[in-house]
Write a protein that binds this ligand. Structure first.
Ligand code: SF4
Length: 477
């Protein structure tokens, strides 16, 4: 994933951008960077690894090192950025978010006529080509930035939201062509900013100015915003922004994440009540952190108390500490969870998680609860069964579709034939749907298991169904 933030101001904008980028730290854990344009110092740029220490620690000296009234920055889960590019469009800094599935083809096509070259990165991307460098190569093939970005949007298979800082101090921001990810603009008396997360600029005293439409391209200066290319018609915003990885205080398309999660939990509780399942409970709880608000919604609706039977020890276990080996990862996950015995011993618990991907960690959590004396552990997934790996964002939490617990279980139940009936497996009312749920319950030791329905999650988001990407669940992107 990743996120970006930029400012064009009448005053120095380094500190605002420092805080603005820091508020995107939940979106990536590998690299971060800032680029600033100053009339005397020219273009400056810093990039650091943030794998083992947070953005703020790595960039705290930035105020002594950089100056500029126009600054951009990003948090990235893959490539080092922003990149500095000198081309027919002059010198500019660029950062991008998303994924390019056809990098090989685009690189070969570019090299076939340009005689140019790419830096061969050893650490990034499928092809080892930095995605922002590839996007810049697409942009530079056209006569101006807007035409170049439109060309890049058209030829890229995948998703690319783009932020550019030009030598004249103006910023260019472009949302990906179907608006899979958000790009929002804020306004303050001394300038404008651009951000993935709206709360990042609100904390800095900016007000909402506008949310870019799908594929929309704008040029931003301290004095105003000019639309270079109007929004495209088709919108497919990622549903997981609300259910899993968006920050709770954020709004996308006017819909707040935390409130959507309460609504989502409420809908799941209403359904369980209608079906008469898991009605005798002591506590409702959420798998921290993103499961918690779905669980609050569930608890409020069901009138079963919300409780935290275990609490993560966060002060010394930063999110970014993630050993590569599975055994050590499981150990870390276990060490983080500290039980509250009185809330577990002899209790019937219902847990809500944001989703069930591979189920490995969830099984460990459930085993941990039983080891600590739980009587029953029921599980609810705040989204439908995940049947497909994401091909639109650098997001997948499973390395292959066969790692997805739904697919793996279907394979065990009836082999590849089962993949022709994924709709039935998603639906709890069909025989196949019931069998898959029973098999997962046995495998992961759940007293009962249910998933939010597709209709339920769309209702909780509140946008028209055809404007939301639901590919993970029903293969419709
Ligand atoms: S496939 Fe899933 S994760 Fe990817 S954009 Fe669509 S809803 Fe989001």
């Amino acid at each position: 994933m990743g996120g970006f933030f930029g400012v064009a101001s009448k005053n120095d904008a380094v500190l605002d951008t420092f805080f603005g980028v820091d508020y995107h730290s939940h979106l990536g854990t590998r690299r971060a960077g800032l680029a600033a344009m100053d009339s005397e110092l020219g273009m400056q740029r810093k990039i650091h690894k943030i794998e083992n220490s947070p953005f703020r620690t790595k960039f705290e000296k930035i105020l002594d090192e950089m100056e500029g009234k126009s600054v951009i920055g990003c948090i990235s889960d893959s490539d080092a950025q922003p990149l500095l590019i000198r081309s027919n469009h002059g010198l500019y800094a660029i950062c991008t978010i998303g994924i390019i599935n056809n990098s090989d083809a685009l690189v070969n096509q570019y090299l076939s006529f340009s005689g140019g070259h790419f830096g061969a990165m050893t650490t990034t991307g499928v092809t080892g080509i930095n995605a922002s460098e590839l996007v810049a190569a697409m942009i530079d093939q056209k006569s101006d930035f807007a035409e170049g970005i439109k060309f890049a949007q058209d030829v890229i298979d995948g998703t690319a939201s783009i932020l550019i800082l030009k030598e004249d101090g103006k910023l260019i921001a472009a949302r990906d062509k179907v608006g899979r990810l958000p790009v929002l603009l804020g306004k303050r008396e001394d300038g404008f900013c651009v951000s993935f997360e709206d709360f990042a600029y609100k904390k800095l005293g900016y007000e909402d100015y506008k949310e870019l439409g799908p594929g929309e391209i704008v040029e931003i200066s301290a004095d105003g915003v000019e639309v270079l290319s109007a929004p495209r018609k088709k919108k497919k915003i990622c549903a997981f922004l609300w259910s899993y990885y968006g920050y709770p205080t954020s709004c996308y398309e006017g819909v707040n994440v935390e409130i959507m999660r309460y609504r989502n939990g409420q809908i799941m509780a209403q359904r369980d009540k209608e079906l008469g399942i898991a009605q005798d409970l002591d506590y409702v709880s959420g798998a921290p952190d993103s499961g918690t608000p779905h669980a609050i919604g569930y608890a409020n609706e069901s009138a079963v108390p919300f409780a935290r039977p275990f609490i993560k020890y966060t002060p010394t276990w930063p999110r970014s500490f993630m050993p590569s080996n599975q055994k050590e990862r499981s150990r870390v996950a276990k060490m983080k969870q500290i039980p509250v015995h009185d809330l577990i011993q002899g209790k019937k618990l219902l847990f809500v998680d944001d989703s069930i991907v591979r189920g490995t960690q969830l099984k460990e959590t459930v085993d941990f609860l039983y080891e600590n004396g739980a009587k029953e552990v029921h599980m609810r997934s705040a989204c439908p069964p995940i049947m497909y790996g994401c091909k639109y964002l650098n997001f997948s939490r499973a390395t292959s579709e066969m790692e997805l617990i739904s697919r793996a279980t279907i394979m065990e139940l009836e082999g590849e034939e089962g993949f022709k009936h994924l709709d039935e497996y998603s639906d709890a009312q069909t025989e196949r749907g019931k069998k898959m749920r029973t098999a997962i319950c046995e495998k992961l030791n759940f007293a009962s298991l249910e998933f939010q329905t597709l209709e339920g999650i769309i209702k909780a988001i509140g946008l028209p169904a055809d404007e939301v990407c639901t590919y993970c669940w029903n293969g419709k992107g």
